[in-house]
Design a protein around this ligand. Structure first.
Ligand code: NAD
Length: 476
């Protein structure tokens, strides 16, 4: 059920002399040994990516699109096998893993279409001259994908890069390598030329520190924490290398007095616990109008406390374990700090069970601004619910963090929505839904949540460069 773990370089699978364990977070048992790339492996991947770029950048957009569509079809065919390996290594419920595989396929399908729409432009020019703008693939991309969505996160980066005609060296997350391995296998089966997609694992700091300064690397595409994103951006800037950064979020949810309280609270509690809260767009800071605060909080806490937590392989489980053990003390520390500063713990707050990295669905109420959780993204199953007196108050609280990725609101009032569109500082604002992103919509942040967009008709912009061509019909 769990695949053999290898690097994929120049179209071949390889092992290494060093390896590390991959652990099932629900059982703490070892699933396999993951090879760790040495410098020679990275040199080989670079060499392969340079050769791959020469081939792929000259492959027609239609042929590139055909390959992406074949990969999407293979992922759909292999949905069950891939989903099971995701649940084993990440812990999420199997049904959520199945949906993630389909979302990964959809990213390839969307970008296959976009590959054929990277239009340039003709600019009016004097007689005897032509001005034309061409969009061209930027070059070799180094991509770093995180562990919270083992298939859809690498899929999004590979889809954008390959649709644009770039080659890629992907370092996927060491905690959850199987998703990226399944994708690489699908590309191999679809006949992708060797070197266009290379997959490595190992020591993240060693790999990024070695690859980013290499001259052929023209883009660093990273999804992960703001701290690491800042570090990689600094490294890239020393070499004038572009970056695409999808970083942390700390999403506000503004709940207005006119909303359907039961529906909003139930939706909030269910959505907060999805993927055990390990989602950069996870709704976390609920700012609820004081007139409906008690009713909203009661319904939310009751539904959150009823979340069925367990091994993602078991039927009916709604929330699995945290994906890695280091998150457990981080979450416990945030809860303890909030309570010490005066917050009320309405439910949860602690590790669950003797085996596995399970954490209780947790709700903190009336949390003071001084609590760390009001500024630090929990990236776990913790919600904060605070009362607000007005929309002004709610918007100012929503914007009072360094992040600006997703933001949400529940209201039907046009005047409220109008103000939120203008004033809430996020890259993605959703009203009456806690969905933030689809393949066809642009996704990304403002402020410390990053630069650039993935998906939508903007999704290939970072992977391409603009060349202006001035053609004079006679030598002037
Ligand atoms: P972390 O900061 O240690 O690592 C975050 C990610 O970056 C991991 O995938 C890790 O392998 C990678 N990484 C770390 N150092 C690196 C380096 N020097 N070079 C290249 N990659 C490197 O945090 P963590 O404990 O793994 O995760 C928790 C935090 O990460 C959360 O607070 C959250 O903000 C963030 N995160 C965000 C997303 C997202 O979708 N935006 C996904 C996963 C994690």
């Amino acid at each position: 059920m769990y695949p053999e773990l290898k690097l994929f370089i120049a179209g071949e699978w390889r092992s290494c002399s060093r390896d590390m364990p991959v652990i099932n977070p629900a059982t703490e048992k070892e699933l396999g040994r993951l090879p760790c790339a040495a410098q020679q492996d990275l040199d080989d991947a670079l060499d392969a990516a340079v050769k791959g770029f020469r081939i792929w950048s000259r492959t027609s957009p239609r042929d590139r699109a055909d390959t992406l569509l074949q990969v999407a079809a293979l992922l759909r065919d292999r949905q069950e096998e891939i989903a099971r390996s995701i649940t084993l290594e990440h812990g999420k419920p199997l049904q959520q893993a199945r949906l993630e595989v389909i979302r990964g396929a959809e990213f390839f399908e969307w970008d296959a279409g976009e590959a054929m729409r990277t239009y340039g432009r003709v600019i009016p020019a004097p007689a005897g001259h032509k001005f034309a703008v061409h969009h061209q693939p930027i070059g070799v991309v180094t991509a770093f994908s995180p562990w919270n969505f083992p298939v859809s996160q690498p899929a999004r980066k590979i889809a954008g890069a390959l649709a644009s005609g770039c080659s890629v060296i992907l370092k996927a997350a060491e905690e959850t390598p199987a998703g990226a391995i399944h994708i690489a296998r699908a590309f191999e089966d679809a006949g992708l030329p060797p070197g266009v997609l290379n997959l490595v694992f190992g020591d993240p700091a060693m790999i990024s520190g070695y690859l980013i300064p290499q001259p052929p690397v023209r883009l660093v595409a990273f999804t992960g924490s703001t701290a690491v994103g800042r570090h990689l951006t600094t490294l890239a800037s020393e070499h004038m290398t572009s970056v695409l950064m999808e970083l942390g979020g700390h999403a506000p949810v503004i709940v207005c007095e006119d909303t359907d309280v039961t529906a909003a609270a139930t939706s909030g509690a269910v959505r907060k616990m999805r993927n055990a809260g390990q989602v950069c767009t996870s709704p976390t800071r609920f700012f609820v109008h004081e007139d409906i605060f008690d009713n909203f909080t009661d319904t939310f806490v009751t539904r959150a406390a009823a979340t069925l937590v367990g091994n993602g392989m078991d039927d009916g489980v709604e929330m699995g374990p945290l994906a890695n053990e280091r998150r457990v003390p981080v979450l416990t520390g945030l809860v303890e700090d909030a309570c010490a500063k005066g917050a009320e713990l309405a439910t949860g707050g602690a590790r669950l069970g003797d085996a596995g990295y399970f954490f209780q669905p947790t709700v903190l109420v009336n949390v003071p601004d001084t609590a760390r959780i009001m500024q630090e993204e929990p990236f776990g199953p913790i919600a904060v619910i605070n009362p607000v007196a007005s929309l002004d108050d709610a918007i100012s609280q929503a914007n009072a963090v360094p992040y600006g990725l997703a933001g949400y609101a529940f209201t039907n009032r046009a005047d409220y929505i109008d103000r939120m569109i203008d004033e809430v500082e996020v890259g993605n604002l959703s009203i009456n839904t806690l969905e933030a992103s689809m393949p066809e919509t642009p996704f990304g942040g403002v402020k410390s949540s990053g630069y650039g967009r993935e998906g939508g008709s903007e999704g290939l912009d970072n992977y391409m460069t603009v060349k202006h061509v001035w053609h004079a019909s006679k030598i002037a």
